[in-house]
Design a protein around this ligand. Structure first.
Ligand code: V0D
Length: 251
């Protein structure tokens, strides 16, 4: 009874609006079962659907999932090819259910470098769910935080050189308006970041946007990260005292 995750009481008034997850551990999940790595990715994709539904039902407004980074290209061709087919499978198998759930899919990242079929599946998922008004399921695909800041800096410098932007007027809002998360408006910054599989690093994910986020690390491999584990991470978030860099008024 005590310490039982099922009994974690969440405060419905303090559900984090934006939760981001680094979905790590698919390969290790498979290895532990003497299965090929792609079996881990397949189970990982199944869990994307499970956790998306759970997050939507908890009242989360934006769920950002880090699916494939610019660094993952170093893996064997066969594995990269399989990963690139996942958005296609996801679209065919899960989109009807997620549309039923009123979930809106958005995709951000260096999409030009992806195969056409992958880009098309992502574009179709966005288009088919564009009218939905519920939770935004935001996929970070081929995303890199430093690349995002380089692109933003180039665009800002170009505007300054053209004379349409006063360098002295550049502030945090200017930067935010040039990041890939700009479509999320005032929900661009995650309240809570979760990384599965025991690693405690950001790995070039949302470097600007995570400045004031609560970070929760869990040993569970991504395919084993359950709705109960999501609730535990939110309970941990609710137990913390967020200060946004200011001085603490309660101590
Ligand atoms: C594999 C675990 C869904 C981590 C999750 C190409 C690695 C499952 C998508 C997806 C991946 C992306 C865009 C979209 C719809 C679905 C996905 C990749 C990997 C990278 F519009 N799961 N998933 N994309 N994995």
């Amino acid at each position: 009874m005590f310490g039982d995750k099922q009994t974690t009481a969440l405060d419905p008034a303090r559900i984090p609006a934006h939760v981001a997850i680094i979905m790590d551990g698919n390969g290790r999940w498979a290895k532990k079962r003497f299965l090929p790595r792609i079996a881990g990715h397949k189970q990982g994709m199944e869990n994307v659907k499970v956790i998306t539904k759970a997050a939507s039902r908890l009242g989360i407004k934006v769920l950002t999932l880090y699916a494939f980074s610019t660094e993952n290209w170093k893996r064997p061709d066969s594995e990269v090819n399989y990963l690139m087919s996942l958005p296609v499978d996801f679209f065919n198998v899960f989109m009807p259910e997620l549309i039923e759930e009123n979930v809106r899919v958005q995709v951000m990242g260096e999409l030009d470098a992806l195969p056409a079929k992958t880009r098309q599946a992502a574009a179709q998922a966005e288009a088919d769910s564009a009218a939905n008004t519920g939770m935004i399921l935001n996929f970070a695909l081929n995303y890199g935080g430093r690349d995002e800041l380089i692109e933003a800096t180039r665009a800002i410098a170009t505007a300054a050189a053209a004379g349409t932007l006063d360098p002295a007027a550049i502030d945090a809002d200017t930067i935010a308006a040039h990041l890939m998360t700009r479509r999320l408006g005032d929900r661009a910054d995650p309240d809570l970041l979760i990384r599965t599989s025991g690693e405690e690093r950001l790995s070039n994910f949302l470097l600007w946007q995570l400045a004031y986020s609560e970070l929760v690390f869990t040993p569970a491999y991504w395919p084993d990260f359950s709705p109960a584990a999501l609730e535990s991470a939110i309970a941990e978030y609710q137990s913390r005292d967020r200060r946004f860099g200011g001085i603490d008024s309660n101590r």
